[in-house]
Every structure is written in C-alpha cells, then in structure tokens.
Design a protein around this ligand. Structure first.
Ligand code: MTE
Ligand code: MO
Length: 499
C-alpha cells in the first residue's frame, strides 16, 4: 500500500515534468517536446518490416499506440523512481534525471536539432525531481502532524493541476501561432476545369469524388501536428544549381499559380486500402521554382527535399521535370493547406507515391545525386523510383457483407495517374467472365475515377473482383506484391453473402 502511494508520487512528479516541458516546447519549438523526440527516435529506429506490420495492424492508430507505449514505459520507470525515493531520495530523483537524460539525447539527435531544443528537457530535469522532493517532504510532514493528510491531498491536487495546465497550455499556445485560416490564397493563373459531379449521390457507399480536407488520409513520420508560421517560412533551392535562391511565402504567392486535380497515393497502401485521396491543389510549378536557381547545367539526378524538422524525401529529377504537373503547393480544395497536410507549403507530384514526391512542411530543395545523399526512406531500403501502380478498389459492398438477393450495386474508385487516367474498369463474380463496369465522370488523367456495376445477386456466398485498365492501354497487374519496397499490387477481391 505504502509502496503504491510512493509509486504514485513518482508518476505525478514525472507528469509535472512532462507537462511543463511540453509548455516550454510549445513556446520555443513544438518539435522539441521530449516525449515526441523519444517517440520519433523510436519510429526512426524501428526496422521497416515492424513498421509495415504496425501500419497494417493498427492503421492510422499506429502513432497513438506508439506514443502510448512510450508513455507507459516512462510512467513505469517513474513509478519505480517513486518507490526508490521512499528509502533513498537521491536514487529516485537520479532515476528521473536519467530518464530526462535519455529524452535529451533523443532531442539532440533529431535531424534539425539546435541547442535551444534542450530547454524543455532542462525544465523537466528540474521540475520532476523538485515535485518529487515536495511530495516526499509533505509525506514526511503528514506523519508527524494533524492536518497532514489534507496537506498531502492539496499538494497532489496542485501538482496534478500544474501538469494538466502545462500540457493544455502548450497546445493552446501553438494553436494560436500559425493559422492556415489567416492565409489569403491568390487566384490561379492556370485554373483547373470545373470538377464534374461524381457518383456520390448515385451510388451509396462509394468514395466521394473529391476528398474533403478533413477526411484526407494522413501518412507521415510525425507524432504531432507541426505548427509552422507562414510569416517566417522560407524555401531554399540549393545544391548543384547555378545560384542558390531563398523564397519567402509572399515570394511564392507572387509567382503564377496553377490549379490541378491530383490523386495522392501512399506506397504503404495495401490492395483495397484507404491511403489514397483526391483533391484540388493550388501551387507554383516546381520547374518554375527550380528555374529561379538554374538547373540547366546540373549533374544532379535527384531532388532531395527537406522538411522543417530535417526529414528528407528524394524524387528522381528526370521524372519531376518531365512535363507532369509537379507543384510546390499552398492550397488544397480551395483553402490553405491544413497543418496535417503540410502547412504552409508542400510538394505534390502526380504519378509518384507520396514517399518520393509529396514532402509536407517543405523547407529546402537540394539538387544532388543518389550516390551523394540518401533520403529517409532510401536509407530504409525503399525504392527510389516508384511510380503509382494502376489500382481499382471496391468500396461497396463491404467484405463479408450480408446482402439481399436481387439488384446489388458494386462500386468503387480506380486510379492510373500519369498513364492516361482510367480508361476502363471490369468486375468479375465467382471467377466468371470479366464484365465492363460503368465509369463515372472524368476528372483528368492524374485523378481517380469512380465506377459501378449492377449485379443481380443470387443466394449464396460470392467472390467479387475488380481490375482497371489505364488510358495508355496498360492493364492492372494481378501479380501480388506487398507494399515494400515499391508499392502493393494484385486485384482487390472480397466475399459477400447473399440470402
Ligand atoms: N515531411 C514529411 N512529408 C511527407 C511525409 C513525411 O513523413 N514527412 N510522408 C509522405 C508520405 S509517405 C505520403 S503518402 C504523403 C501523404 O500526404 P498526406 O498525409 O497529406 O495524405 O506525404 C508525404 N510527405
Ligand atoms: Mo506514403
């Protein structure tokens, strides 16, 4: 019982340290929060197969689970620190400081770390032992005085409030700093044609033709939502260029804006998976930005893009500049980019999986070679050349659905970016003949296409499969491949029960 109480003191003292460190991080650099730094370091050190397994198993909850496990581990050690402090205070306090020390190392080894990032760790290293000291004193005092219990309770409440306020205030402060809502986007000099009405209202259960920003899939290595102010944002183009240039956000907005409908796809998406979305993007042509720096005589074969925290993504230079609509994007579906999707500026390059093209929170474009510099995923064995594979997905009915016999509408989306778009979709039931599905309206070659097929379902268990063919005549392959290293392939198939 006693021991449990002291374990609780250890945990509370640690939460005070974490809360105040979080606040200090929000005021200086939100990415420097020790908890996030430890979590990010764990992500980076996790072997690719384990990461793939986590994405497959937990989906977008993978990060919450990771942060949760890191936190659980830290709190277990914090409880131990409390128990140790009961007999020898220095031992408990020492363990707390050692814990912060590990976090500080994680903070300092992040790619874009600077010494100021240590401040939150210093705050935690002072606050946690101080809180533990206070609890130990109050506890000792309680044993020898009348109102002792009440003093302990008051101290515990005050410290808990401090931890909570620290954490919450941190979030509030960063939320006020850089707001996408405050950005006024210029009109496009080269607008996209109006997006036709999709099949959203005609085919219940089909994926919407345009993905609303709030529903757009999110895949990145970050544990937090970066808060970056457009006011002090800059983009530097350097490396093997004629002259290094640096643009401000206003410089970028002053350049001619292009608007395009583009479907993004994640290489980690399994066949039939959710990591794909279609949006209308607004931005400056990537080639216009590169031309400011001059790449006429470059020997580079890679554009190495770097985000605000030093994370890198590589794109084959030849593909990015082959005439496709590669954008340095500032807008998504008529609004400034949401923070989750790269505010204030990201890359969007059609036809290449996001991990080699879609750098969010962009800060630097470096012209270099694959021999000289390796990006984050290149170091982890992923392909450097990864065009998006032709793919079709069944959205409705759902796998293992129980359906009534009679007319069933099978429907979904298909994509074949930079291959002439989707020219056809076919559906097959129970290994029978492939039957043409009806296509929804055309949103352009780099955009996905909705499709549907009316099926008269008879009682029993049935297997439905779908495949697409691209506008350039290329068929979707049935050969199965896992996402690693250059994207999943195979046909989406599911089984339904009809009665
Ligand atoms: N800075 C940064 N940009 C990133 C990533 C990342 O981890 N960090 N992930 C990439 C991956 S793997 C994909 S699929 C796309 C996803 O973009 P979205 O989250 O806006 O859908 O962003 C890309 N851009
Ligand atoms: Mo991705």
């Amino acid at each position: 019982m006693r021991r449990l109480l002291w374990a609780g003191y250890g945990v509370l003292a640690t939460l005070v340290g974490i809360g105040l460190a979080h606040l200090a991080a929000a005021l200086t650099d939100p990415a420097a929060s020790p908890v996030l730094a430890v979590g990010s370091t764990v992500i980076d050190l996790t072997p690719t197969p384990v990461k793939e397994w986590a994405i497959r198993t937990f989906g977008s909850a993978d990060k919450a689970i990771l942060v949760g496990s890191v936190l659980a581990g830290v709190l277990a050690l914090a409880a131990l620190a409390g128990v140790l402090a009961r007999r020898r205070f220095v031992l408990g306090a020492g363990l707390l400081v050692a814990l912060v020390g590990v976090a500080a190392v994680a903070v300092l080894t992040r790619p874009a770390a600077d010494p100021l990032d240590l401040l939150p760790s210093v705050v935690a290293a002072l606050a946690a032992p101080a809180a533990l000291r206070l609890l130990a004193r109050t506890h000792a005092h309680a044993a020898t005085s009348d109102g002792g219990r009440r003093t302990v309770l008051l101290t515990v409440t005050a410290l808990a409030a401090m931890a909570a306020v620290g954490g919450a205030a941190g979030r509030l402060v960063s939320g006020l700093r850089a707001r996408p809502e405050d950005v006024a986007l210029p009109a496009p000099a080269d607008p996209a044609p109006p997006l036709p009405r999709g099949l959203d209202d005609q085919v219940p259960g089909i994926t919407r033709f345009r993905t609303p920003n709030a529903d757009f899939y999110r895949v990145d290595t970050r544990l937090d939502v970066p808060v970056i102010s457009a006011d002090d944002w800059t983009l530097t183009v350097d490396g093997d260029v004629d002259r290094k240039v640096t643009l401000s956000f206003d410089d970028l907005l002053a350049m001619p804006m292009v608007e395009r409908d583009i479907t993004l796809t994640c290489v980690s998406n399994s066949v039939g998976g959710p990591y794909v979305g279609g949006a209308r993007w607004l931005g400056v042509r990537l080639t216009d930005v590169l031309d400011l720096a001059g790449i006429g005589s470059t020997k580079a074969d890679q554009i190495l893009s770097t985000d605000f925290a030093g994370m890198t993504i590589s794109t084959p230079l030849a593909l990015a500049t082959d005439g496709r609509d590669a954008l340095v994007a500032v807008g998504m579906n008529g609004k400034a980019l949401p923070r989750e999707h790269g505010f204030p500026v990201r890359l969007v390059i059609p036809g290449l999986y996001g991990f080699i093209s879609a750098t969010k929170w962009l800060r630097r474009l470096t012209l270099t070679t694959y021999d000289d510099r390796q990006a984050y995923w290149t170091e982890r064995g992923w392909a450097t050349d990864a065009p998006i594979k032709i793919s079709a997905r069944i959205d409705t009915p759902k796998a293992l659905a129980d359906l009534d016999a009679g007319d069933v509408v099978v429907g979904g989306v298909a994509w074949a970016q930079e291959r002439g778009g989707v020219a056809g979709v076919q559906v097959r039931v129970d290994g029978g003949p492939w039957v043409d599905a009806q296509l929804g309206p055309d949103g352009g070659d780099d955009y996905w296409r909705q499709w549907f097929h009316r099926w008269s379902a008879e009682p029993g268990s049935h297997r439905i499969a779908v495949r697409a063919v691209a506008g350039n005549g290329e068929p979707q392959t049935a050969a199965r491949a896992e996402p690693f290293p250059d994207g999943a392939s195979g046909l989406h198939e599911l089984i339904v029960r009809v009665s």
